[in-house]
Write a protein that binds this ligand. Sequence first.
Ligand code: GAR
Length: 322
Amino acid sequence: MADLPKAKVAVLVSGTGTNMAALLYASRLPGAPYEVVLVASNDQTAGALKLASAEGVPTFALSHKGMDRADHDAAMDTAIRDAGADYVALAGYMRILGDGIVGKWAGRMINIHPSLLPLYPGLKTHARAIEAGDSQAGTSVHLVIPELDSGEVLGQVAVAIQPDDTPETLAERVKLAEHQLYPRILGEYVSRGYDADHLHSQVAELALALPETEERTSHGAPAFKIAGKSGKFFAHFSDRHHGVQHIALLAKTSGQDELLQLIERDPDTFFKPAYYGASGWVGIILNRADCDWDQVAHWLERSWACVAPKRLTRLRKAAAEF
Ligand code: GAR
């Protein structure tokens, strides 16, 4: 889908930057879901900076030497924000980032690591894999969390270890795999807010966390109801139905007045869905740049409370007041 807004990505590097180059050139293919808005480094001499400049990408460099970790992280963070980035991709950034900056970018910072995580976090991954007699090495793209190389793995590629491999020859082949993996996984990750399967699983997780709920199909689409034979539906998941481009959650309002008020107040979020709108259901648009998941959770809960038996709503109210 070429007309989706492109995510803005800052790439952090310390060295040659072949992964940065792979990310950058992939971003210049037609329909790429992201663009590189900054290449930043803790080393002014990093080859990656030269390449980025030659390609017209803004760069930022600040040596960490003699600097406090938190101060250095903060300066990087400022440069990243000034560049307007929505995501940070670490590509051979060899500085450990402190909890402060990692927390600020939670869910929006990803890293590539040259091993099949959870094997071999940290350094010297290739030498350790060869020494262990492993038949394969590889690379992982993962979310960054405060624990080193431990965030959720988003994608991996295995690379066969050959009998005469040295850490250097292996590293070279692993990089070839990395150059394929990283752009693909970054692209998928920044696009997930427009992906129906991802949005459905997010909604399902929230809906099924409410008491005594179950997922069922209604008119051929996923929907959520109070469990049991007589349980009523409280939410529908609508994937571009009836000619609209929205992927949406349909939730109950108190009626036409509220429905129309919501749409008037925030037409980027709410719409009147075909058929369901007539009986007071509102559409909440999910496939947009900044879907507010707290708001989605709020509407799911409200809608659930409209149809849940008193026994359940009373229990939930008591628990909330407790
Ligand atoms: C890559 O192999 C990357 O996985 C690794 O550094 C290399 C950078 O190469 N990263 C780490 O070891 C992070 N702990 P590049 O500068 O050519 O992209």
